[in-house]
Design a protein around this ligand. Sequence first.
Ligand SMILES: *Cc1c(COP(=O)(O)O)cnc(C)c1O
Length: 362
Amino acid sequence: MTQQRIYNFNAGPAALPLQVLQEIQTSFLNFDNSGMSITEISHRSSYFDDVINDAVARAKRLLNLDDRFHVLFIQGGASLQFAMVPMNFLSSDDTADYIDTGTWSTKAITEAKIQNKNYTVVASSEENNFSYIPKNIQFSENAKYVHLTSNNTIKGTQFHEFPDTKGIPIVCDMSSDIFSRSLDMEKFGLIYAGAQKNLGPSGTCMVIIRQDMLDMANENLPSMLKYSTYSSKNSMYNTPPCFGIYTIDLVLKWIEEEMGGLEKIEEYNRQKAALLYDFMGSTSFYNATAQEDSRSLMNVTFRLPTEAQEKLFVAKAMENGFGGLKGHRSVGGCRASIYNAATMESIDNLIKFMETFAEENK
Ligand SMILES: *Cc1c(COP(=O)(O)O)cnc(C)c1O
């Protein structure tokens, strides 16, 4: 089989840097001269210790995290975090604020509701089909945290500035834009991100938690559901998702050593997204669905004039080596996910294809 690699615009699991995949391939049978694959090594060995410690150290360096922050790896995806957050931080007298920007934040709210927790939805863009990020939000004075989703993978919207919560810690689902830009960490008490968008394979979720959040967390919970179990055991209370953590380590190394860190990758991500949005702005055939000031740099969602044209577009794109352009089943339309690993070359070529397709199918 001589099948080539395609230009992969999948939303998640998504493209990983080619260099990372090649490094995994080269080391797969004999990791670090151990005579074993990374998938065969004990998580209690010094080999794996080095991997997880390196991943944590790189995450801390990239985000300039000080000693208050702990970097954890937890299974169950971002979806388990929807439930663990209210479980750990809200006792019966407490309340939290939620911003609803659709899909994922809606699911996070549902998990607080299922547990009978007190919460307020302080802002929502539902009335406009979640096509924008709400601004000028009033927060509750007594909220333990403010939960928001930094980038809505499905609706193609993104917070370009985080709200001033007057010192209330932000708990943020960053699954689809973590490590895509630099962050002012002062606002965040907890960040979580399922790995399969911008970090590595599915099966692990990175959680960054500040000490004061750990200090106020409920200890009266099953071991696997409390943050302190992970923070006190370097994420190895039980067997962690070793291969996922290893891949994340390589991706973080790639960001640091090949891409030059978060400011550089942010600049690159801005250029990539601008190319695509500017091109669409120059045609009447492709229409971005998110409002201009809320457009995501990671997930570019758009429509064609008809659903039949969209269907044909996705099929023709695949024939030409561009995969993953179908919009999420809940919203339809088209979507190009252009995470860190998407190259400028892939976007240049996608635009050429889009031009030709528009010409031929007007
Ligand atoms: C994909 C995604 C999720 C769900 O992640 P799982 O790891 O599948 O639970 C949650 N939030 C956002 C923003 C996502 O993009």
